[in-house]
Ligand binder design. Structure first.
Ligand SMILES: C[S@@+](CC[C@H](N)C(=O)[O-])C[C@H]1O[C@@H](n2cnc3c(N)ncnc32)[C@H](O)[C@@H]1O
Length: 253
């Protein structure tokens, strides 16, 4: 089952996504997040990962002793998440429709909010996150912005080709500067019982201006909004990722 009704359906590539296995990447990201997020949390903190996919990062939070919940709109990815992070809780939901009482001390999201294709809906997502957080909670997310230092390479057209004995992953990305959208076309082949199974998917994501993101966060009520590149926190990749860090006030207005 896939709940989101825009072009973000990850179900067709879920199995190969899980086979690619980003466990080592998740470890690296968790090390960066120790600086950016985890050191500001108490040991009992409850973290929600939005767009948790196959749960690799949720498991990293769990290993570090936090209460952990993952949310994703892809039932197929959550199937793998439950295997990869068996002690954590998972919620099948479209984040645009997610309703929760204040429950979480921190909300994290990586490479997911760009799939929300317009600013009104992104603001709704920020509002839903705000409602789900305890006062003084921390909200940390990565998103591609148009005006970031890393935009040159992130918004170029690209091709990825990953061939192994068990799967083949092909991805083509094309950026449309007028719409500020990237079309990400993937084709996967997976060896199942001696037969190669082909799946295709087309995803669309949006590059926002950092000023648009900043204003949307402010309008919802977030404070102490900061914008970093993850390289500032030890990310070894050439471009790093745009990271926003903000807080829900201690006493909500
Ligand atoms: C590119 S993956 C990123 C996964 C992971 N956070 C990471 O960084 O490796 C994006 C994930 O967001 C999920 N997603 C996209 N739109 C969503 C929505 N509206 N609500 C909930 N999840 C969504 C997809 O199903 C997918 O698992």
């Amino acid at each position: 089952m896939y709940l989101a009704n825009n072009d973000a359906n990850h179900d067709p590539i879920a199995s190969v996504y899980n086979a690619i296995g980003i466990a080592s990447e998740a470890e690296t990201i968790a090390l960066i997040l120790e600086q950016l997020m985890l050191k500001h949390l108490s040991k009992e903190a409850h973290i929600l990962d939005i767009g948790c996919a196959n749960g690799q990062l949720v498991q990293q939070f769990h290993i570090r002793g936090y209460q952990t919940t993952g949310l994703d709109c892809s039932e197929k990815l959550l199937h793998y998440a439950q295997i990869n992070a068996p002690e954590s809780k998972f919620i099948l939901s479209d984040i645009r429709k997610f309703e929760s009482l204040p429950t979480y001390d921190a909300v994290f999201s990586r490479n997911t909010l760009g799939f929300i294709l317009n600013l009104d809906e992104l603001t709704t997502v920020f509002r839903n996150v705000y409602a789900a957080m305890h006062n003084n909670g921390l909200f940390v997310f990565t998103i591609v912005t148009v005006d970031s230092v890393s935009r040159e390479s992130l918004l170029e057209d690209f091709n990825i080709c990953d061939i192994t004995d068990k799967y083949v992953y092909l991805e083509e990305g094309k950026y449309n500067p007028e719409e500020r959208t990237r079309e990400l076309k993937s084709t996967t082949f997976e060896l199942i019982n001696g037969m190669w199974k082909r799946s295709d998917s087309t995803l669309l994501d949006k590059a926002y201006f950092s000023s648009e993101i900043q204003s949307a966060l402010e309008n919802v009520g977030f404070i102490e909004i900061n914008h970093y590149n993850s390289k500032d926190f030890g990310d070894p990749t050439p471009t790093g990722e745009d990271c926003f860090v903000c807080r829900k006030p201690s006493l909500t207005r």
